[in-house]
Design a protein around this ligand. Structure first.
Ligand code: URA
Length: 217
């Protein structure tokens, strides 16, 4: 059993907060275990709770279209949520529920090791862009420790506010070039790695020259 499957089983049984009492199913997430891009939404809705799968309702249909617009299928990325169980009546998740679920998302990121994390909506953004405002930073990226974080409006926002549909579609189209940059950055040696390599080179040079010097005595 893969570590991610094992993790999903643990999430399915989680009872760390009140949301476990009313869920039909927990929704751990789905997609490629070695996905380069991870999309992170807010919390499951009714459809997701029924099926145990993320983004399978109307917002999910729009997410599928968005993925298609950049030549991706959901099976090629990883899709997860900040909170793994549906808040009653689709209310916003509460701080203690987000806190109780944090370890699951942390572990998913650790196992999948995505090069790019796309935050969908405010709750996901708050985790990776603390203090930011979605209307200001949507469509922008930041890099930290080799991972590119890219903020987007939640696809459901377009269902409530039609004018955001075009904005979300435009932001999505920026992902391929950010991903190319993220891939290039991941291949570049980090400053620490470059220093280590420099040191190793010096040691090798000394090892090569020392026997010659010794032979002179
Ligand atoms: N909205 C989310 O944030 N996540 C889902 O899985 C579905 C809708």
């Amino acid at each position: 059993m893969s570590s991610l499957t094992d993790l999903n089983e643990k999430i399915a049984k989680c009872d760390a907060c009140r949301l476990c009492k009313q869920r039909k199913r927990a929704v751990p997430g789905e997609g490629r275990e070695d996905a380069e891009i991870m999309f992170i939404g807010e919390a499951p809705g009714w459809h997701e709770d029924q099926q145990g799968r993320p983004f399978v309702g109307p917002a999910g249909q729009f997410l599928d279209e968005l993925l298609q617009s950049i030549g991706l299928k959901r099976g090629e990325v990883y899709i997860a949520n900040v909170v793994k169980c549906r808040p009653p009546s689709n209310r916003d998740p509460l701080p203690d529920e987000i806190g109780a679920c944090r370890k699951w998302l942390d572990r998913q990121i650790e196992l999948i090791k995505p090069k790019m994390i796309v935050t969908l909506g405010r709750y996901s953004m708050a985790r990776f862009f603390p203090g930011a405002t979605i209307s200001k930073i949507h469509g922008t990226a930041r890099n930290s420790e080799g991972v590119t974080y890219f903020a987007m409006y939640h696809p459901a926002a377009a269902l409530h506010q039609g004018s955001l549909r075009g904005v979300i579609m435009e932001d999505m189209l920026k992902i391929p070039s950010f991903l190319t940059q993220a891939e290039a950055a991941a291949e570049e040696p980090s400053p620490q790695k470059a220093k280590k390599a420099e040191k190793m080179e010096k040691v090798e040079k000394v090892e090569q020259t020392e026997p010659k010097q010794l032979s002179m005595f």
